[in-house]
Design a protein. Structure first.
Length: 605
């Protein structure tokens, strides 16, 4: 498989300023007048208690922006948009980089945005759209999930995730399928939102997808086929503590909270994400290090040593695959602080539990902003082993929603992310969708209904192409870009099938299990090491289903071998077990994407 031309990612630009393309673009631009401190456009350094601002920055090789909170927005000329927290303008001016302030007070801008009644021209009312014309609160998501479970008891099951948040919240999801209580082997499609607290639209897409599947079952043939033949799991709010903090933080309080004045200086290091709350633009979870005297492996974090508390881990840098490298931070007050080890955070552990207790054949983690469809890898320009499928589907889905399709690294280097973990560890066909244009949470009425409308066909296509067997897919014309990369009519996961019988050859019900204990690779800079000093992180996958009363079963599964292990000609096996009161058998199975493995009759006696 071919690899993409080498390039310097946006995150690398933020860290080193060494992108040749950005340098060339900068050279062609007029010089922006320096401010009093050597920065841009006459902006003096603001005190630590100043407003949140947006800045457009033209990077050069002269200095880095490793401390910067980027917004995912990259302009055609190579300039970048960053969110300036109190004190960051001084840092930016100190770099000597050309920049301009595009929004002088982000909180004030949001406060001025009118709460308009729904008035999106040409967009029909969408499933699950709020009646208030505003974003849901955390309690609304909980109420909606429970209301759907009550209204559609034969097609829904409320899923309680096993790990409570730091603030004691129980996180729920919803499983949607006909005969939902059955333990069958249908393929699983997974959608989640709000790993990052401030990304409110990312929660709206999964909950609206749940409404769509249930309200349009029996009315829309494609929706009906998906609900009949797959299991859909939605977890709208992965990070409830952070979301609740962001969503409920009143406009106008600035960044003062918990009795700490807004003028309190930020901590040192890489840190725009440090003390005192940070209001509606809070990103991480709400871990409190100082309460536990927590040693994260790089620094002792206590009230005595830091003076104030330091909050938060970025759950989307806390997954095992490729954990600990560039694009995540060791420093606790950085926006992308990864935690002290993989799965240190309950938010990531909850998602990992979903993924390791069922065969999730397709998955999307929803984020904002930027209007992007991203796929593996976030760490290298090399193609993923299944790049033809990943890129073909990614580009096809972008034909529907109008987003920019690209590998994750073309945004910036990331390590320890959900979508790389979904694919790299588990073989799930995984994506990250970045929604909402150029804002983390723009006004609901102007954004969310139209946003869901243009993403609906993309969600349907992924569920059909990776969830359904080819013969069950509708006869619809798919975007031509898909067929340029991948052959339609292909089984895009794997199937294990057979029949369980007793000694007389009679079919009998039985419990089935697929199990694997394996190491996920932890890389840093390609040298097979990471900050914890080990090269792998042990994972255990264990999923179960039940054969039918006649003993037959068909289990839709992911490949048994991790993609990069298979790429290097390695093999991993599912430990497949069938057992009943009569006895049990266990076999090792090596299953590849696209294969149907027929085990024939399995005798239990």
């Amino acid at each position: 498989m071919s690899s993409q031309p080498n390039h310097v990612s946006r995150r690398k630009v933020l860290q080193t300023g060494a992108a040749a393309s950005a340098l060339a673009a900068t050279a062609a631009l007029p010089t922006i007048a320096a401010g009093p401190n050597g920065g841009g456009a006459g902006h003096a350094a603001t005190p630590a208690g100043g407003p949140l601002q947006l800045a457009r920055v033209w990077p050069t090789a002269a200095g880095g922006l490793d401390w910067a909170d980027d917004t995912h927005r990259v302009f055609d000329d190579g300039s970048l948009e960053v969110l300036l927290w109190p004190g960051d303008l001084a840092r930016l001016e100190a770099t000597g980089l050309r920049f301009e302030i595009t929004v002088v007070d982000l909180v004030a801008r949001d406060a001025a945005a009118a709460k308009s009644a729904r008035g999106v021209s040409g967009v029909a009312r969408q499933p699950g759209e709020t009646s208030t014309g505003d974003y849901r609160h955390l309690a609304d998501f909980e109420a909606d999930l429970k209301a759907l479970a009550d209204k559609y008891p034969d097609k829904t099951r409320l899923v309680t995730l096993p790990h409570r948040s730091y603030e004691g919240r129980t996180i729920h999801g919803l499983e949607i399928a006909t005969d939902v209580q059955a333990k069958d082997g249908r393929p699983v499609i997974y959608n989640d939102g709000v790993h990052h607290a401030r990304e409110w639209p990312a929660a709206e897409v999964p909950i609206m997808w749940a409404y769509d599947l249930l309200e349009n079952y029996g009315k829309d043939d494609r929706i009906t086929a998906i609900v009949d033949n797959t299991r859909n799991i939605v977890v709208p709010v992965v990070n409830p503590d952070g979301f609740n903090h962001s969503r409920e933080f009143p406009i106008g309080l600035g960044t003062s909270e918990n009795g700490i004045p807004a003028s309190t200086p930020l901590l040192g290091g890489n840190g725009p994400e440090a003390i005192h709350g940070q209001g509606r633009y809070w990103r991480k979870n709400r871990r409190r290090y100082a309460d536990a005297g927590f040693d994260d492996g790089w620094q002792e974090v206590t009230v005595e040593t830091q003076g104030v508390d330091v909050y938060g881990v970025d759950a989307n840098r806390n997954y095992p695959y490729d954990w600990g490298g560039d694009g995540s931070a060791a420093t606790t007050n950085d926006q992308t602080h990864r935690g002290w080890e993989p799965f240190s955070e309950p938010e990531a552990r909850n998602v990992g539990w979903v993924m390791k207790t069922r065969h999730v054949t397709a998955s999307i983690s929803h984020h904002t902003s930027g209007d992007l469809v991203l796929w593996a890898w976030g760490t290298t320009t090399e193609d993923a082993p299944d790049n033809e499928l990943l890129e073909g589907l990614g580009r096809a889905m972008a034909e529907y929603n109008g987003y920019v399709p690209q590998k994750g690294i073309q945004l910036y280097v990331t390590t320890g992310t959900a979508s790389d973990y979904f694919y790299g560890s588990l073989g799930s066909v995984g994506y990250t969708f970045e929604h909402a244009g150029d804002s983390f949470h723009p006004p609901y009425a102007e954004t969310v209904p139209a946003m869901y409308a243009k993403n609906r066909d993309a969600l349907i296509m992924l569920a059909e192409e990776v969830g359904l067997k080819p013969e069950l897919r509708p006869d619809v014309e798919l975007p031509e870009v898909y067929t340029e990369y991948w052959s339609t009519g292909t089984l895009n996961h794997a199937i294990i099938k057979g029949k369980i019988v007793d000694a007389r050859g009679n079919g009998i019900p039985a419990r089935l299990k697929t199990y694997k204990r394996y190491d996920v690779r932890l890389w840093k800079g390609g040298d097979a090491t990471n900050p914890r000093g080990v090269s792998g992180w042990e994972e255990i996958f264990e999923a179960e289903m039940e054969a039918g009363l006649d003993g037959t079963f068909e289990w839709h599964v992911n490949p048994s071998t991790q993609p990069m292990v298979e790429w290097e000609y390695g093999e991993e096996f599912w430990e497949f077990s069938a057992f009943s009161d009569l006895g049990g058998v266990t076999r090792k199975l090596m299953v590849r994407r696209g294969e149907v493995v027929d085990l024939g009759t399995i005798v239990l006696s």
